[in-house]
Design a protein around this ligand. Structure first.
Ligand SMILES: Nc1ncnc2c1ncn2[C@@H]1O[C@H](COP(=O)(O)OP(=O)(O)OP(=O)(O)O)[C@@H](O)[C@H]1O
Length: 536
């Protein structure tokens, strides 16, 4: 078995794994043709020589298998401990392995994986019943807390509990008085009032239209603002649409609010970190944080605590984050719904925009750590848009097609700072994150970019069970394949294509891996970026 140089001390940590929804529609494979840049082992040969057609489907498996990783999952001094009593059934998630690390003396940190939602994503967007929606979505999460109604054996963990949010602004208690008393409770559920980030003294009220998405700890609603009866026939005119992410507190947190457990502070610091970073970001291909229902959330380092202090034993404070709206939904849904695939020029354009967004983040010392198709939102309906774009790509040069979103796992890092929190989404995490060693968040982001590029080209995830896999290969966990750099070209095997280089240079060992600047400098990206007038 080929093992990466980062992981020879194979010691058998465990990670819960699942069958994963596959992006694939019809994949005609020529398994003999493509050779990935990393090692091919004896078992790869079992795949060779057969062309096959996989049934178009989006299977999602259960979470009943525990697979042993070929690599150790090390505890590092900075790694957060798994707090006791957080609803994690340690007996079910497998042994926590002590390491030789003198500094630790703490249990091995379990991998904090976020799993994307299942294939029913779109249908669920309109679900009013959150519990049902969550069950159906098969979304696995990971934030040290348990999402609503997830079964207890699922691993959940909050990211970066020991990593500071980089929150800077703070105001004195006097300045907060009015706000603390103001928007604490929701009144009429049909409207949301938000204080504008550009001027927290101004507020705007939006009307809720419908639910459009759901995260592990949030529901996302489409809202609008309209000018009433302004048209000649007295019709209303929609002035703008926004997406409002409403935070859903996990049940354990609701219990914990009185005694301020570690869980409570983790959730709070995760939320403030996301808001703090979102506030700093101004890029056409990154979601824009427009308003918040209560300015305390962006002014205070511990806003939930502050609000609870003021309101005594009241309910946990409502947190509505108003953001720019992307009407095309997320890229995973768009791709799975579009059976005809996406033409190469559009793939190039989407990926080029994403690269500029990630480069912008890294240039500001922010690592995203959860780059995936679900977190790339489309500003247009892909079905409607693709044909027009294919006819004349340049007509869209002045408008971004995507918005990168979900900064719940992001982190502000110094130039040479390594991250330690083991977080991400299973199919997109780099081998070094899997192994539990301190990692360069920028390089793990570029790994995830490689996964996304591969998905766009091959219509499947690179580390999913390969088409035509042997029964033995099927039993392997995704993490196995990631740790062994075990991926290959199918549709594009043996065919020349510039984009392939990006995948080959990113889904590789970190000491050889391209960073986002390297990706940006390729002709493949430059050819697009040079045409985009909105980036000027
Ligand atoms: N600005 C937006 N415009 C349109 N749809 C959005 C927007 N933001 C979120 N959504 C929809 O809501 C879904 C969930 O949003 P988001 O990923 O931000 O939630 P989350 O709680 O951070 O998710 P996760 O549990 O993966 O962290 C997205 O996948 C998308 O379909």
């Amino acid at each position: 078995m080929a093992v990466d140089d980062e992981g020879d001390a194979a010691d058998g940590g465990t990670v819960r794994s699942s069958g994963t929804p596959q992006l694939a529609r019809i994949v005609t494979t020529n398994l003999g043709g493509g050779v990935p840049p990393a090692q091919i082992n004896d078992e790869n040969e079992e795949q060779n020589a057969t062309a096959t057609v996989t049934t178009p489907q989006l299977p999602h498996g259960g979470f009943d298998k525990i697979q042993t990783l070929p690599t150790p999952m090390l505890y590092t001094p900075m790694s957060p401990r798994i707090p006791q009593g957080l609803g994690i059934d340690l007996g079910k998630v497998g042994p926590l392995v002590e390491t030789n690390n003198q500094n630790s003396g703490a249990p091995l940190q379990q991998l904090q994986v976020r799993k994307r939602r299942g294939p029913k994503g779109k249908g669920l967007q309109n679900s009013q019943n959150l519990d049902d929606a969550l069950k159906l979505e098969h979304r696995i999460v990971s934030e040290l807390v348990q999402p609503v109604n997830l079964s207890p054996q699922r691993i959940v963990s909050l990211p970066t509990v020991s990593e500071e949010s980089g929150f800077t602004e703070k105001v004195g208690a006097g300045e907060l008085g009015e706000e603390l008393g103001g928007e604490f409770t929701v009144g009429d559920d049909s409207y949301i009032t938000g204080y504008l980030l550009r001027d927290l003294n101004s507020s705007v009220t939006w009307e809720k239209v419908k639910q459009i998405g759901r995260g592990n700890f949030s529901v996302v609603k489409l809202c609008h603002r309209k000018l009433v009866g302004e048209q000649p026939k007295g019709e209303d005119r929609i002035l703008e649409y926004v997406a409002v992410k409403q935070i859903i507190y996990p049940p354990d947190l609701v219990q914990a609010k009185r005694d301020r457990t570690e869980l409570f502070s983790q959730f709070e610091s995760s939320l403030t970190r996301e808001l703090s970073v979102l506030q700093q970001l101004h890029h056409p291909c990154i979601v824009q944080f427009l308003a918040i229902n209560n300015p305390v959330f962006v002014r205070e380092r511990t806003p939930i605590s502050r609000l609870l202090e003021v309101h005594g034993d009241g309910v946990l404070p409502v947190c509505d984050i108003v953001m720019s709206y992307s009407k095309g939904g997320d890229l995973l849904n768009a791709l799975t719904e579009r059976n005809s695939g996406v033409a190469l020029p559009l793939v190039q354009r989407i990926f080029a925009e994403l690269t500029t967004a990630v480069r912008y983040l890294h240039g500001r010392g922010i690592v995203h750590r959860d780059l995936k198709l679900e977190n790339v939102l489309l500003n247009y309906d892909l079905q409607e848009f693709a044909t027009a774009f294919e006819a004349d790509p340049l007509q869209f040069a002045d408008t971004p097609l995507i918005q990168l979103t979900d900064f719940g796992l992001c982190k502000q890092v110094a130039a040479d700072e390594l991250c330690t929190a083991r977080c991400g989404s299973e199919d997109y995490v780099s081998p070094e994150i899997l192994m539990g060693i301190p990692y360069d968040g920028r390089l793990s982001d570029s790994w995830a970019l490689g996964v996304i590029m591969y998905c766009l080209l091959e219509d499947m995830l690179p580390f999913d069970v390969p088409p035509n896999a042997t029964p033995r290969q099927r039993q392997r966990a995704t993490s196995h394949r990631i740790a062994r750099f075990e991926w290959r070209w199918f549709k594009w095997a043996g065919k020349p294509l510039n984009a392939k280089e990006i995948v080959e240079r990113t889904l590789t060992r970190r000491n050889q891996r391209w960073n986002v600047d390297d990706i940006s400098q390729t002709r493949y990206i430059q050819d697009v970026v040079e045409t985009l007038t909105f980036l000027l």
